[in-house]
Design a protein around this ligand. Sequence first.
Ligand SMILES: NC(=O)c1ccc[n+]([C@@H]2O[C@H](COP(=O)([O-])OP(=O)(O)OC[C@H]3O[C@@H](n4cnc5c(N)ncnc54)[C@H](OP(=O)(O)O)[C@@H]3O)[C@@H](O)[C@H]2O)c1
Length: 255
Amino acid sequence: MKISNNTILITGGTSGIGRGLAEALHKKNNKVIIAGRRKNLLDEITAKNPGMEGIEIDVSDQKQIEKFAATVKSKYPELNVLINNAGITTLEDWDNDNVDVSAIHNLIATNISAVIGLTAALLPQLKKNSNPAVITTTSGLAFIPLAIAPTYSATKAFLHSWLQSLRYQLRDSGVEILELAPPYVATEFGGEQQANDPRAMPLNEYVSEVMQILESGKMPDGEILVERVKDFRIAERNGSYSNFFEELNKMFSNH
Ligand SMILES: NC(=O)c1ccc[n+]([C@@H]2O[C@H](COP(=O)([O-])OP(=O)(O)OC[C@H]3O[C@@H](n4cnc5c(N)ncnc54)[C@H](OP(=O)(O)O)[C@@H]3O)[C@@H](O)[C@H]2O)c1
């Protein structure tokens, strides 16, 4: 992926990793369009970053996605990069006999169906332009599940697998299919306490390491992996999976 002179749509651009990347890419001379539900933040961020634009959307609503994609295509025919970054998480206690299935359906709609819907709708447009790329945010938890967040971890494992197939199918199309798998990062993703958790990677450090990786072009197998997430990625390969699984889940346990 080129680092400058792209037209980039980033979902989940109103906070955390998405906002950080949107602002860093804006500084690198890209046209950046951020999307999210919180209109006040879209307005605030675009005002702070002249030239950046914002579009309101709830990606969990498939009907909104179709309308949104049509708007994007007509307003930004030069769009060449899609960053599927919006995501949510839920904690589930399957020992409690009272699992909130509707929250899980919403999680799947946001983390999986929205990514599929938006990618399918915008891929033909991206292909028409030069240096097309799709970046999708997964997680270190795609490789080792966090037991208190079973469906969340599984949505990211789903995306990891799905992206491998897309990359293979599109290998001669010119579209780069990239996976951004963050480690635990200090955002408000899991609530206010995550943003202040000393165990989490500071957001500015994460964004700057990702930008360095993008600039270097060194993304083996299409994966954008900062140093802190590599242990997760290679655990299965190097025989440390069982110990890593135990330790991770002891550290973040409800019991
Ligand atoms: N932080 C971590 O430790 C971590 C680790 C691994 C992976 N990730 C992944 O990184 C991505 C970004 O998370 P973050 O840490 O930056 O958390 P965040 O600050 O909570 O950001 C989540 C973003 O997703 C957007 N979003 C959520 N539901 C949406 C919906 N229905 N429609 C439209 N936009 C929606 C939010 O915007 P609105 O609220 O304005 O809609 C927000 O901009 C997620 O995919 C997450 O799974 C995070």
